[in-house]
Design a protein around this ligand. Structure first.
Ligand SMILES: *[C@@H]1O[C@H](CO)[C@@H](O)[C@H](O)[C@H]1NC(C)=O
Ligand SMILES: *[C@@H]1O[C@H](CO)[C@@H](O)[C@H](O)[C@H]1NC(C)=O
Ligand SMILES: *[C@@H]1O[C@H](CO)[C@@H](O)[C@H](O)[C@H]1NC(C)=O
Length: 398
């Protein structure tokens, strides 16, 4: 074992140099990521040569293990020595670091443990649907005490829908717990969504528990779990952290025949890109903002929250979306001072006065949209509660 670790370090020394230039260079042809075939052609004779490397490359700092892509580019893995990959129960899918390492992909399913950085958590029959399950759990061990967050990427996430009238996940539920953030609870369709979960100063073990009801017979999921060191963490308070000048943000379970989930309280954050000073939001389409029925009281769609403004809105909306804004940008109430306000919204339109389209701009940083959905104690039609989809665009500083 000693030898293997030594070789691993050597490979990493070398690979960090190469990977910067070439990233991962898959060498094998069309290795099928889904098959159980052995990639026995991943020869080990390279390792003999590697023993010589440290003398040459000694002065490069030891890096973290480098990320790589599987040969079919579907999955991310960790570039490492072939022995080490095998020893840690990974599977190699192509070479990396110019053939000196293998792109090692870690996959786990129910009742298992994650002890690597990039690991795919899938349903037992993946890529087929799994049927007839009732529970599934997984523990995630921090690979280093320095790990500040887990990032979950829901590549596929297809569980049972919540209660259509309340939004409560009372049949199927996915719960991430054991960290320092509030538990993440999800159900329904969340493919393409992601979540950051704080685990700094948490115990070593974080748990995913899935309780699966009897109403749904088949499910599918593929969740990539990445361990994020302190230096790379998303800003605190951000469940989601989007990068890029433009993008799309959606509430959880925003889908055809979906319904927003009850009991959610989180921020969707957008990284402020270089040279950008403000951000504009507009609905993805006409039906992309349905947060509860249109309230009957006056000033129902929009209220500028602060002091008694938000109190009034809290009466009207159980569930709401907050867009921070600057007071001069917006419809004012008399008692608003200068400075920040929160545009809290519910009802059937993102746009003020019920307009179908609009752009709402904000230069409040960090760029954030808050999601606050109540406990689901009220029954309401799913059509009025599809949730939110917004397109955002960051705007250059003038
Ligand atoms: C994989 O390799 C091992 C040892 O080389 C062998 O025992 C096993 O049968 C192989 N599995 C497949 C699916 O080829
Ligand atoms: C885990 O992988 C991600 C993605 O490659 C990387 O950014 C992060 O630094 C890695 N974490 C550790 C602890 O190496
Ligand atoms: C960590 O574990 C210890 C002992 O098992 C327990 O007392 C403590 O409350 C745990 N902390 C967290 C954050 O779960």
């Amino acid at each position: 074992m000693k030898l293997s670790f030594k070789i691993k370090n050597n490979i990493l020394l070398f690979s960090s140099v190469l990977v910067q230039l070439v990233k991962c260079v898959p060498v094998l042809d069309n290795v099928d990521i889904w098959s159980e075939q052995n990639n026995t052609e991943l020869t080990v004779h390279n390792d003999v040569n590697l023993k010589r490397l440290p003398r040459v490359l000694n002065f490069f700092p030891v890096p973290f293990e480098e990320e790589c892509l599987s040969t079919d580019r579907r999955r991310k893995g960790v570039c490492m020595n072939a022995y080490e990959c095998n020893f840690q129960s990974g599977k190699s899918y192509g070479k990396c670091a110019l053939g000196f390492g293998v792109c090692c992909i870690f996959t786990v399913t129910c009742n298992n443990e994650i002890f690597n950085n990039i690991t795919y958590f899938v349903n037992p029959d993946f890529p087929d649907l799994s049927t007839g399950m009732s529970t599934c759990s997984l523990t995630v061990k921090k690979i280093d005490p320095e790990i500040a967050q887990l990032r979950l990427d829901f590549i596929h996430f297809n569980l049972g829908q919540p209660n259509r009238r309340t939004g409560v996940c009372d049949d199927d539920i996915f719960i991430l717990s054991g960290g320092v953030s509030r538990d993440l609870k999800l159900c329904g369709l969340n493919s393409g969504q992601h979540a950051y979960y704080d685990v700094e100063n948490a115990n070593d073990t974080i748990t995913i528990t899935m309780n699966l009801g009897t109403k749904i017979i088949s499910r599918l999921w593929e969740v990539r779990v990445t361990q994020i060191p302190f230096s790379e963490r998303a800003p605190s308070g951000c469940l989601q952290y989007h990068s890029g000048v433009t993008g799309i943000i959606q509430t959880m379970n925003f889908a055809d025949n979906g319904r927003h989930l009850a009991d959610q309280d989180y921020n969707i954050c957008m990284r402020q890109e270089v040279g950008m000073c403000s951000i504009s939001y507009e609905p993805c389409h006409e039906n992309s903002f349905k947060i509860g029925p249109v309230a009957s009281s006056t000033n129902d769609e929009v209220d500028v929250g602060s002091g008694d403004g938000s109190a009034r809105m809290d009466d009207i909306c159980d569930d709401k979306i907050y867009v921070p804004c600057e007071s001069e940008d917006l419809i004012m109430t008399e008692n608003m001072g200068l400075g920040l306000c929160s545009l809290g919204q519910c009802g059937g339109s993102f746009c003020p006065m019920g307009e179908k389209t609009c752009r709402i701009e904000s230069s409040v940083t960090p760029f954030t949209v808050g999601v606050q959905f109540g406990p689901g104690s009220r029954e309401e039609s799913p059509e009025d509660n599809l949730g939110m989809c917004l397109k955002y665009q960051q705007l250059p500083c003038v």
